[in-house]
Structures are given as structure tokens and as C-alpha cells.
Design a protein around this ligand. Structure first.
Ligand code: KIV
Length: 263
């Protein structure tokens, strides 16, 4: 059994070994992820691939708590990150109240908050009240509607400067690591170099401190759209369809169940 990562071992891995983060939303998949992933993220992306919604914005705290409990049950030896959904950390008191619910009702090791300099006061309040925080800067899926789509960040000098300010502010506020999403690779690399905590990329190039992918994207299960940064490690959708078709054919042909499946 591999040793469970801690805040301290995650921080110490910077510059030593790239961190592997992957999402999971249930016990079954979390258990399968456990042997290879350093951290399991219960992302609010579950609202899209699990709940079938068009974006993450309608995910609720209750949903996140339900799925985080399931992931913690399945992967007892994993460091689990619970995404705080849209609208649950609009001010510091609300953020603390909701993060305490996550900590009290699940075994999550930390919460994840989207935002940079603008969320630093909230992150500081959480970390100084015993809530470990993973930041999330760059492309913010929760800003999908307000920004009119998923916008890659770091294309202009202004954006580059703001991202560096965001990363430093989140580090200064006490976050122990951060996700950086949808950022030009050279900018993400500069950011990873200018903070002392691990910067875990998704669509941010290779020159950061680790990578995160949404499991349903990398297993080829989510077919609605595939961002450029996703590598499909298997064609899960085809495999599942073929397996279910074989089952259906065998039921219809009365080839299943056989003697070995019968009492
Ligand atoms: O919700 C999620 O899965 C995420 C990843 C895209 C990092 O936040």
C-alpha cells in the first residue's frame, strides 16, 4: 500500500517529483485511482460528466459533500481535495461556514477555491481557521458564464502580470498548492518558478509541478467535448458500448447466463 500524501509531503515534492492529481466522483473509481494518484480531486466538473449539466455552476455543496464522502470511502489511503462549488465562498464567513461543513461531514483533506488576488482574503481566513486550501488560478470554470466561455489566460502582458500576482497572493494567504488551468505554457512555467508551493497544471504545459486531468476525459468516457489539453488514455465510451452491446446480444440470443452463472 502506498503511503498517503500529506500537506507536508505535497509541499516537499516541489522540484523533487511531479504530482499526479486526477478527479473521481465515486468510491468505485476512487479505489481504482488510488494506487497511481497522489491526490484525488472531487471536482465540481462532476456537474457536467456525472450530472449531465452544461457547466459547473449549478453544482451544490450537498452534491460535493455526497460525492466527497463516496470518494473518501473508496480511497481511504488518498489525499482528497473537495472543490467548493460556485456561490459557496462569496465572502469569508460563508466560505468558512461551508468549508467547515465539508470538513465535518467528509474526510476531505482540503478544499479547492477558484480565484487569485481577489480571493486571497478568503483563503487567508480559511487557512487561519484550520482549513487547508488548494488554490485554482487561470481559466476558472466557474467564470464560464460571466466570461462568455472558457478563456485561455496569459496571452497578454497584463494577464501574465495578473496571474503572477494571483499565484503569489494565494501562496501568501496560506494555500499549500494550487491548480493552474488553461494558461500559456511559458507563463505557467514562470508562475511555478516564482512560488514556493506546488503548481499543478491542467492545460498549462509540462513545466509545472504536476498535472491534473478529469478522469472521464482521460478515460474517453465524456463525449460532449474534448479540450485540446486532454489526452485520452483509452476509448472508454467505445469499450463500454461494445460491452453492453455484447451483453444485450447474448441476452437476446439466450447465450447468457450459462451453466457457470447458474445456481
Ligand atoms: O472541477 C474540476 O474537475 C477541476 C479540474 C478541472 C481541475 O477543477
Amino acid at each position: 500500500m502506498t503511503k498517503k500524501m500529506t500537506i507536508s509531503s505535497i509541499k516537499k515534492s516541489k522540484g523533487v517529483k511531479p504530482l499526479v492529481m486526477i478527479t473521481a466522483y465515486d468510491a468505485l473509481f476512487a479505489k481504482l485511482m488510488e494506487s497511481s494518484a497522489d491526490m484525488i480531486l472531487v471536482g465540481d466538473s462532476l456537474n457536467m460528466s456525472f450530472a449531465g449539466k452544461d457547466d459547473t455552476l449549478s453544482a451544490t455543496l450537498e452534491q460535493m459533500i455526497y460525492h466527497t464522502k463516496a470518494v473518501c470511502n473508496g480511497a481511504k489511503n488518498s489525499f482528497v481535495v473537495c472543490d467548493m462549488p460556485f456561490g459557496t465562498y462569496t465572502d469569508k464567513d460563508k466560505a468558512l461556514e461551508n468549508s467547515i461543513k465539508v470538513f465535518q461531514q467528509t474526510s476531505a483533506d482540503c478544499v479547492k477555491i477558484e480565484g487569485g488576488e481577489d480571493k486571497a482574503t478568503i483563503v487567508k481566513y480559511l487557512t487561519s481557521n484550520g482549513i487547508a486550501v488548494c488554490g485554482h488560478i487561470g481559466l476558472l470554470p466557474q467564470a464560464f458564464r460571466s466570461e462568455g466561455g472558457y478563456k485561455i489566460k496569459g496571452k497578454s502582458d497584463n494577464e501574465r502580470e495578473q496571474l503572477i500576482k494571483d499565484a503569489k497572493a494565494i501562496e501568501d494567504a496560506g494555500a499549500f498548492c494550487m491548480v493552474i488551468e488553461g494558461v500559456k505554457a511559458d507563463v505557467a512555467s514562470d508562475i511555478a518558478a516564482c512560488v514556493g508551493i506546488p503548481v499543478i497544471g491542467i492545460g498549462a504545459g509540462v513545466d509545472v509541478d504536476g498535472q491534473v486531468l478529469v478522469f472521464s476525459d482521460m478515460l474517453g468516457l465524456y463525449e460532449e467535448f474534448t479540450p485540446k489539453f486532454v489526452k485520452k488514455y483509452m476509448d472508454g465510451a467505445t469499450l463500454v458500448r461494445e460491452a453492453v452491446k455484447s451483453y444485450a446480444d447474448e441476452v437476446q440470443e439466450k447465450e447468457f447466463p450459462q451453466e457457470i452463472h447458474t445456481y
